[in-house]
Design a protein around this ligand. Structure first.
Ligand code: ADP
Ligand code: F6P
Length: 495
């Protein structure tokens, strides 16, 4: 089997603790099954990069996976990760350009870090490796590798949405990034809307030509596009939820509810997750439907993330203020509507809480997929399931259309949907849950990866590169590769 080389900004090193985030969750599931090399940032800040040289900061090995990482300097971390990746590309690609803060010095360092990653990765590559690059931090990486003579098949997957060209045009760097992406053989997205937006941007901003089917022509090469919705290990998550609902933390939460219904939100604290709008909807619920006072409690777990980015700091302050005023305005001496937790809660613990919840609130303003929505479905007890209230602007809404779909900008609609969910009779809850479960039960991250990689092998073609300097050239140019795919676990239905 050809070795898989996954490249992502964040690498979940076994030696480091777990972190909230969809990318690590999806790729962990794939790498666990398949093994390979996982390359990216160590999560550490180095005082400086010795003599400007791109040294690897560490290599670790665990369960068939080699992890190779580089450190970032403080300036790189600020400009590449905080300012450009999370301060420009994240809001822009989520169609929230008003949150973007563009500075061309940040764009320059973003590019330099991508080149440094390419230089560090190249000596680790074997001729038969298949390279899979992930997410918006690494948009120039495929082009940087190609420039250095790397001819291996390269796929790129974007975990977040891709915005319409009009929106993208707000950032001066974006046309160049779209051109860079076209150095890959296959570009994967979460939904067909993202594919359509990318194809339009590639034509209008980069001058690519649309070929029939899901393909573009650029610089004499054919680049394939595809939709590959990210999946979770639903069967495993279901078992974890079952175990943890009755563990210490689950029991403690249940006792503290004292018979009240639990309304649960689990998110990274992020402007795209619609947390302020969610609190507006919840406030509206208790005002419009006061019979839920003392009969329902909201638990919002909002793990702090990207604390150095201004818009995240502002959101944290606004959320704290809003949560405080909501509890003060609606609370009673013996009851508070909202419990807020901003630390990173253990995933197994979260699974148990999901199983105890009567309603799962997943209401992002925009989201590439949103794995929490799928996890909430997986966590439910089939005979007595909770109800998912889901934003129609999450990629997951395409697969989970049996949820109560809401517009997160409309507090009344959200309040009414939560009220409906809390009152829904058992037969309706079971029927909805069954159809949600059917949408996720037989899919796994391993199958997701397998389908992407199979498509990448079909798409890869001999690349006509600029001749590489001899020292930089890949050892040999691999012929078209045949991928021997692993046997992925396909689970049956639960219940
Ligand atoms: P994103 O990738 O934007 O963070 P997703 O919903 O796709 O959003 O993935 C988030 C992942 O991180 C899920 O697996 C979820 O369980 C986990 N997660 C999110 N928020 C928390 C939290 N507050 N505490 C623990 N885990 C979390
Ligand atoms: O899914 C989007 C994403 O940016 C992932 O790339 C990442 O794992 C997750 O959100 C968490 O973000 P960060 O790595 O910035 O903590």
């Amino acid at each position: 089997m050809n070795r898989l080389v996954v490249v992502s900004n964040r690498v979940p090193l076994p030696s480091a603790g777990a972190r909230a985030g969809g990318l690590a969750v999806a790729l962990d599931g794939l790498m666990e099954k398949r093994g390979g090399l996982w390359f990216g940032w160590s999560g550490r800040i180095a005082a400086n990069v010795a003599g400007g040289q791109p040294a690897l900061s560490g290599i670790e090995q665990a369960a068939g996976i080699d992890y190779a990482t580089i450190d970032l300097t403080q300036d790189e971390h600020d400009r590449y990760y905080n300012n450009f990746s999370n301060g420009v590309l994240w809001p822009l690609l989520h169609t929230m350009p008003e949150l973007m803060k563009f500075d061309r010095r940040d764009a320059k360092v973003y590019r330099e870090v991508n080149y440094r990653l390419a230089v560090s990765l190249q000596p680790l590559l074997r001729p038969s490796d298949v390279i899979w690059v992930h997410d918006y931090h690494l948009m120039p990486l495929a082009a940087a590798l190609r420039e250095r003579g790397v001819k291996n098949p390269i796929g790129f997957f974007l975990h977040i949405p891709f915005a319409a060209p009009d929106v993208l045009a707000a950032a001066p760097e974006v046309a160049a990034l779209v051109r860079d992406l076209l150095a890959a053989d296959l570009l994967g997205f979460q939904t067909d809307n993202d594919v359509a937006n990318f194809a339009a941007a590639a034509q209008s901003l980069a001058g690519a030509t649309r070929l029939s089917g899901q393909a573009l022509q650029f610089g004499g090469r054919r680049v394939k596009l595809g939709v590959f919705p990210v999946e979770i290990e639903a069967q495993k998550f279901a078992m974890m939820a079952g175990r943890n609902a009755f563990g210490t933390t689950g029991e403690r939460l249940r006792r503290s509810l004292d018979g009240q219904k639990l309304i649960l939100g689990v998110d990274r604290l992020d402007p795209t997750k619609g947390l302020l709008q969610r609190l507006d909807g919840l406030e509206c619920l208790f005002e419009k439907h006061p019979d839920w006072i003392r009969r329902a409690t909201v638990l919002q777990i909002a793990a702090e993330s990207r604390k150095d980015v201004g818009s995240y700091q502002q959101l944290r302050a606004a959320l704290d203020a809003k949560a405080g005023s909501m509890n003060a305005d609606l609370g009673e001496p013996d009851w508070q509507p909202l419990r807020m937790v901003s630390r990173n809660v253990d995933r197994a613990e979260v699974a148990g809480y999901m199983r105890l919840a009567a309603v799962g609130l997943v209401t992002p303003l925009r989201d590439g997929m949103n794995l929490v929505a799928k996890e909430f479905v997986a966590a439910q007890e089939p005979d007595d399931p909770g109800v998912l209230v889901l934003s129609r602007f999450a990629g997951a809404a395409r697969q989970l259309d049996a949820a109560l779909l809401v517009n997160p900008h409309d507090p009344d609609a959200m309040a009414d949907a939560i009220d409906t969910a809390l009152r829904m009779d058992l037969a309706d809850r079971r029927a909805r849950w069954r159809s949600l479960w059917d949408a996720i039960a037989d899919r796994t991250p391993a199958l997701w990866g397998r389908s992407f990689l199979a498509s990448l092998m079909r798409a890869s073609q001999p690349v006509v590169n600029k001749p590489a300097k001899p020292a930089e050239a890949a050892p040999t140019s691999p012929p078209r590769l045949t991928l021997v795919e692993p046997t992925a676990a396909v689970g049956g239905r639960r219940g």
